[in-house]
Write a protein that binds this ligand. Structure first.
Ligand SMILES: NC(=O)c1ccc[n+]([C@@H]2O[C@H](COP(=O)([O-])OP(=O)(O)OC[C@H]3O[C@@H](n4cnc5c(N)ncnc54)[C@H](O)[C@@H]3O)[C@@H](O)[C@H]2O)c1
Length: 241
């Protein structure tokens, strides 16, 4: 578990939330679990490949005893590939991890919330690439994130009557291990892309994962009780400029 997910877990634990942490990377999960000990909240970790529906179903069966009130769908991948080189296996993988997992996770929570009469809150992590495709060779990624935003709005529309709120955050360029790995792979190209991005960002800098985590926490809390169906940019002003 890394990047925006890790810092969001820290912010939620600091706010007193018990947590179920889900990630494919067990080592990362355990490291974050260790970091959260000082907050004295209850933390359970689940290793799951969110691209597989069977693993998502098993996950929800495992936590049947305690229904979460808040779901944050953050896990995603963003490998760069030229549109003309994308094959079926590649596209299916990214669709499964980035979009279908969000669909199934939302379905599980909403089904249980309606059955138990509880109100719940969902925050999905989108991307500026869904709204303003900017980086090259990310067509496959942009469409998954556009799907995440469409899903967010549709669910907000459909389930608001149950008091269920569904919102998205739309991060811009945030310095995370995922981004650092991609930048290393791309080398010189990443440098140019980064410079192009920064030229357009009014705040003239990349974001910190905690700047996204704090907005996720706000959207999860009653501070945002009249917000649903929103896609909130956390992008240093990129989408406005
Ligand atoms: N960092 C940015 O600049 C940026 C910009 C826009 C949107 N986002 C979005 O923010 C979210 C977090 O990105 P990040 O930069 O922190 O990424 P990251 O790579 O640092 O972290 C992603 C996490 O997802 C997990 N993961 C990947 N595949 C998985 C799978 N199949 N099953 C379960 N877990 C899996 C990874 O193990 C990792 O812990 C993503 O949805 C990403 O698309 C990031």
């Amino acid at each position: 578990m890394s990047g925006i997910g890790r810092v969001t877990a820290i912010r939620f634990a600091e706010a007193g939330a018990d947590l179920y942490l889900v990630d494919i990377n067990l080592e990362g999960l355990k490291a974050v679990e260790g970091e959260l000990q000082k907050f004295g909240v209850n933390v359970k970790t689940f290793k799951a490949d969110l691209s597989k529906k069977e693993e998502i179903d098993a996950l929800w069966e495992n936590m049947e005893d305690r229904l979460p009130d808040i779901l944050v769908n953050n896990a995603a991948i963003y490998p760069f590939k030229e549109f003309l080189d994308v094959d079926r296996a590649f596209l299916e993988k990214i669709m499964n991890i980035n979009l279908q997992s969000v669909f199934w996770m939302c379905q599980h929570l909403i089904r249980r919330c309606i059955a138990s009469g509880r109100k719940c809150v969902i925050i999905n992590v989108g991307s500026i690439e869904a709204v303003m495709p900017f980086a090259e060779n990310l067509v496959h990624y942009s469409i998954t994130k556009a799907g995440v935003i469409a899903l967010t709005r549709s669910l907000a529309r459909e389930f608001g009557k149950y008091g269920i709120r569904v919102n998205a955050v739309i991060p811009g360029g945030i310095v995370t291990p995922g981004v650092q790995k991609v930048a290393k792979e791309l080398g010189e190209k990443a440098l140019t892309a980064g410079q192009e991005y920064l030229k357009r960002v009014p705040l003239r800098r990349m974001g910190d994962p905690d700047e996204v985590a704090r907005v996720i926490l706000f959207l999860a809390s009653d501070m945002s009780s009249y917000i649903t169906g929103a896609a909130v940019p956390v992008d240093g002003g990129f989408l406005s400029a």
